[in-house]
Design a protein around this ligand. Structure first.
Ligand code: 6R9
Length: 654
């Protein structure tokens, strides 16, 4: 990364973009300066992009002091997110398409759902939930395919003040059960099956298994997607389509406080099990809407497509809440980039005349590997802007995206942000900033990045420097707490570097003052843009009867960015066989989900530990990266000889 940044080619914004974009260079400079010098005034003004039921008088009340961390924005205002995303658009754009739905199979018809139709469907879903006993403050789990009902479910919860928590449909029954229990949810919304890439995942049956491990009164609301056979438990399972047909199409939106929770989204951290990131109502919506409009330079009438899944934060902020708050047309895609073949993304862009396209580097790398002909056969002339999110993009993939997909005429917004941040924190703005392949470039309004010395926490001033990335001060989209565990919130984000929000990422500020994210500095790995805590995979592995101990690290992977490398010590007397390797892989998939599948499992008779018994992951990481010339100090190891064995028996990556 540092090599790339010193030799980076710079791509200035085109004259056309600079002229037409919401924000050009001069405007950015002026707005950014004001956002830091007068945050109260700045955000008071920009909060006006959402409709308030009761206007707020207080803009901001933030304390990052350990032991009393508290973050509030617009706290005495009231509003409803669903009314902002739907009702307020009805008069002017009731017949405009709100959601274009593109199904898994290209031979099935796409749907165009207008804002008026969205209103009807969301009200019906809201009334169905109310009839199931859900009320303000209750938790609802959404475990759904990428179908319009997933968006209806989110907005229906928001409408009645229920807190949703989406569990990615690729997660296992165990992971689902943990989240139902962790949030004490009353209802789980699912579908019979989830078609993806021509294969159906049995969601209802996964939910059935999960509910064996939850409280008895959890209800299951089932949307029909394929009509595939499912078992049915009367009194617990409810048929969404039948109930919606009878439900009223009117539902008055609940008046919510700005700081009432909107959703909880579980995400992996460096220790323990995933934590429930809590986002609230007012600040989140303001920030999602503003970043959506400005980063993607969204204008009325544009067709905007974010390829994420609603199971990730990107789907929350940039498929549903941001775009719909702006009255946009947002495309929702059920399938995968390579089905029926590697031209699918580009076919969909052509078919729906997509103007802004937002995806992950892992998808770009996978498609780049398939050859240019899949792109060249499609008419991409409507494309005006490209975006990436989820992990650093390597310059080769960036260049391919720019030249082959964007034909050299579309700016690429490389948006760096996190589940915790609610929306973009750093990205080049298309009409204002130059781009450098692989750089997140510039902070968004109100964001003050600081680079710190990792060990001492001293602030590193000036340019051409590298360190850990923190943010001084708050922004409206910031998470407010960890669900049920405020101490963990404080410890994770505010204890390492006093007075700052610690991102967990490393970064470089280059000679021009532009920012490059260098990746996680903690035990979180990024597999195909999905966050995975090494501790989670380790605890799944040691839950297997034959495993005594396990240590998990990331290693560079051509397509996924990082792969999952596991060192496993077996119980005494267990044979390390190829079958056992397969069994452990399947085991982890069942415990967590397919995205946690170990790529490589090395049998480790011993693990490098300090005398106090701490596993030295630094060493394991180096071995997994084939960088064992640079193991550093191994003198504190209890038994240095285990390292030689691990090096000798390291896994081959080709
Ligand atoms: C939105 C999202 C967050 C972590 C983050 C960082 C990595 C995300 C990036 C990026 C470099 C980018 N990350 N975007 N790294 N450049 N443009 O991905 O949220 O799933 O919580 O992951 O992803 O390491 O800390 P989340």
């Amino acid at each position: 990364m540092s090599d790339a940044s010193t030799t980076a080619k710079t791509y200035p914004p085109s004259a056309d973009m600079a002229a037409k974009a919401h924000v050009n260079a001069a405007k950015y400079a002026e707005m950014y300066a004001r956002s830091l010098s007068d945050p109260e005034g700045f955000w008071r003004e920009h909060a006006g992009r959402v409709d308030w039921m009761t206007p707020f008088t207080k803009v901001k009340d933030v304390d990052y002091t350990l032991g009393q961390v508290s973050i509030k924005w617009f706290e005495d205002g009231t509003l409803n997110v669903s009314a902002n995303c739907i009702d307020r658009h009805l008069e002017t754009r009731g017949d405009q398409t709100a959601i274009i739905w593109e199904p898994d199979s290209p031979s099935d018809p796409a749907l165009h759902i207008t804002y008026r139709e969205l209103h009807t469907s969301v009200c019906k879903m809201a009334n169905v939930l109310k009839d199931l006993g859900v009320s303000k403050g209750d938790r609802v789990i959404i475990y759904m395919p990428m179908i319009p009902e997933a968006a209806y479910a989110m907005l229906a919860c928001a409408r009645i003040g229920a807190i949703h928590s989406i569990v990615f449909a690729g997660f296992s029954p165990d992971a689902l059960a943990a989240r139902v229990n962790g949030s004490n949810a009353k209802v789980v919304i699912t579908a019979d099956e989830a078609p993806r890439g021509g294969r159906n995942t049995p969601l209802k049956s996964n939910a059935d298994q999960a509910l064996l491990h939850t409280a008895d009164d959890v209800k299951l609301l089932v949307v029909k997607r394929t009509g595939g056979q499912t078992t049915w438990i009367d009194g617990r399972d409810f048929d969404y389509n039948a109930l919606a047909a009878e439900a009223s199409a009117d539902c008055v939106p609940e008046e919510m406080g700005a700081e009432d929770p909107l959703f909880v989204l579980y995400t992996s951290g460096s220790t323990g099990q995933p934590k429930g990131v809590v986002h609230t109502t007012g600040g989140y919506l303001v920030y999602a809407a503003m970043t959506h409009e400005i980063t993607f330079d969204y204008h009325d009438g544009d067709i905007y497509w974010c390829t994420a899944d609603v199971g990730w934060v990107t789907g929350h902020s940039y498929i549903v809440y941001g775009p719909l708050a702006n009255g946009a047309t947002t495309l929702m895609f059920e399938g995968v980039p390579t089905y029926p073949d590697a031209s699918r993304f580009w076919q969909v862009c052509e078919k729906h005349k997509v103007n802004q396209f937002y995806t992950a580097p892992t998808a770009i790398r996978a498609l780049m590997g398939q050859g240019n002909e899949f792109v060249e056969g499609c008419d991409l002339s409507a494309l005006r802007l490209l975006g990436t999110v989820g992990e650093p993009i390597n310059p080769e993939a960036w260049t391919w995206y720019n030249e082959v997909v964007g034909k050299g005429t579309c700016p690429i917004v490389d948006t760096w942000w996190q589940t915790e941040t609610g929306g973009h924190l750093m990205t080049p703005l298309p009409g204002a900033h130059s781009m450098k392949p692989g750089a997140a470039m510039k902070p968004f309004f109100g964001i003050k990045p600081v680079v710190l010395e990792p060990a001492s926490g001293a602030v590193i001033e000036g340019n051409d420097v590298e360190g850990v990335l923190c943010i001084a001060d708050s922004w409206p989209g910031q998470m407010r707490t960890v669900w049920g565990d405020h101490d963990r919130f404080e410890k994770t984000y505010f204890s390492d570097y006093a007075g700052y929000y610690f991102t967990g990422d490393g970064c470089k500020r280059d000679a021009d003052g532009d920012y490059w994210i260098t990746g996680r500095v903690d035990d979180v790995i990024n597999v195909s843009g999905h966050r995975m805590g090494t501790a989670e995979v380790e605890s799944a592995l040691v839950a297997h009867a034959k495993v005594a101990e396990a240590a998990v690290v990331g290693y560079p992977h051509d397509i996924k960015g990082q792969g999952i490398y596991c060192y496993v010590t077996l119980m005494n007397g267990e044979e390390p066989t190829e079958e056992l390797r397969k069994e452990l892989r399947t085991w982890v998939r069942t415990e967590i989900g397919p995205i946690a599948s170990p790529d490589l499992i090395q049998w480790a008779p011993g693990l490098p530990k300090t005398r106090s018994g701490k596993i030295m992951r630094r060493i394991l990481r180096k071995i997994a990266e084939d960088d064992f010339g640079a193991l550093g100090d191994t003198s504190t190891l209890a038994d240095p000889s285990v390292v030689d064995d691990l090096i000798e028996n390291r896994m081959n990556k080709s």
